[in-house]
Design a protein around this ligand. Structure first.
Ligand SMILES: NC(=O)c1ccc[n+]([C@@H]2O[C@H](COP(=O)([O-])OP(=O)(O)OC[C@H]3O[C@@H](n4cnc5c(N)ncnc54)[C@H](OP(=O)(O)O)[C@@H]3O)[C@@H](O)[C@H]2O)c1
Length: 331
């Protein structure tokens, strides 16, 4: 008989997260009650926000509970349904968590077109990370043709979409990524005009050289040293979208420099959380799906095999071990 493999948070990390923070259990496959749907997960999304939820700290979302199934985005197939909105065989995405099966009341479940794109794309460029890119670029940076947009974590799930959208908007698009292979992909496949390797010994000078006209829009995914260097190149009236600070999730906090820079540069800096804008998701996903169909939006995925690999995949994601969207294929 099929069982439901689940990954629970065993204890909170005191420093960097490791696989030992998690434990596995097998439970019976749940039965959907009235109005509920049983979903078999084919893909689990791994996302940097998961690291923040492992801490018992006040944030925009509740911390992950110890002893509970790890939360996370999932794509899968409806196996059984007592909900008129779904039927067996439907491809769906939701927040099913780190487990093979989940029962849902359907509220956070969305049917997707698995013929238009592979189902896992709805966890990446055509899902939450894609909408994040769309929102931060269009609603905060609002780039004009000819401006310069700088994107950190430029080849990742969010950054790769930002770069392509910024290029389509007619900007000079500059990326920051870790290592020559990611930088080559950024320039040769994603269309960045130039990409600077933050691991290079000459990173500050190379970044400055890549920005002869400064920065008009900064899409910040990383924080830390790349952010400190980018701040020095901001133009007057530039816009900074603070999307994420992954360098600080397990590292030192990212500080702002002397406030004088705000006055002198008259720039605007705004943090955002994509889940605050549910009203815009349909428009964003519609536009991203149309671009993908027209081959104007591409992506890359790192897929780990089996739910057993999820804890280590999260550890790797936080160290840049992913190339594009980090996913686990469930077996
Ligand atoms: N605000 C929101 O609503 C929202 C939604 C989704 C994601 N986010 C944020 O957006 C950012 C990107 O998320 P994602 O899902 O697209 O992840 P991702 O970019 O696919 O993967 C994370 C990447 O961050 C880079 N990185 C990790 N540690 C770093 C460090 N110390 N210094 C420099 N770069 C480092 C690595 O790329 P390199 O190898 O190229 O360095 C790594 O591949 C994260 O900060 C995330 O928290 C925010």
């Amino acid at each position: 008989m099929a069982s439901n493999l689940q990954v629970l948070l065993d204890h909170r990390p005191t420093d960097k997260v490791s696989s030992a923070c998690f434990r596995f259990v097998e439970t019976p496959v749940p039965t959907p009650g009235p109005g509920e749907v049983l979903v078999w997960h084919s893909f689990l999304s791994l996302d940097p926000y998961m690291r923040g939820r492992l801490n018992d700290a006040k944030s925009y979302a509740k911390p992950q509970e110890i002893g509970a199934v790890m939360g996370g985005g999932t794509a899968g197939i409806v196996e059984a349904s007592n909900n008129s909105r779904f039927k067996p065989g439907d491809a769906v995405v939701g927040m099913g968590g780190w487990q093979r099966y989940a029962v849902s009341d359907g509220a956070a479940l969305r049917t997707v077109d698995a013929k238009a794109a592979p189902i896992q794309a709805y966890l990446g460029s055509l899902g939450m990370p894609g909408v994040t890119a769309w929102y931060g670029l269009n609603r905060i940076i609002a780039p004009k043709a000819g401006e310069t947009v700088l994107v950190s974590a430029a080849t990742g799930a969010v950054g790769s979409v930002v770069g392509q959208l910024a290029k389509l908007a007619g900007t000079r698009t500059v990326g920051i990524a870790g290592g020559p292979e990611k930088c080559a992909y950024a320039m040769n496949e994603l269309g960045y005009d130039i990409c600077v390797d933050h691991k290079s010994a000459n990173f500050p000078a190379e970044l400055k050289a890549a920005l002869p006209n400064g920065i008009d829009g900064l899409f910040e995914n990383v924080g830390g040293e790349p952010f400190q260097q980018a701040l020095r190149q901001l133009n007057d009236f530039s816009r900074v979208a603070v999307c994420g600070l992954i360098a600080s999730y397990e590292g030192p906090p990212t500080a702002l420099p002397d406030m004088r820079i705000f006055l002198v540069r008259r720039f605007r800096i705004e943090g955002f959380i994509v889940s605050d804008h549910p009203d815009l998701w349909p428009q964003a996903i519609g536009e991203l799906t149309a671009l993908a169909a027209a081959k104007k939006l591409i992506w890359r995925e790192t897929i780990r095999a089996g739910l057993e690999s999820a804890p280590q995949a999260l550890v790797e994601l936080l160290k840049g071990g992913n190339f594009g969207k980090m996913l686990v294929r469930l077996e």
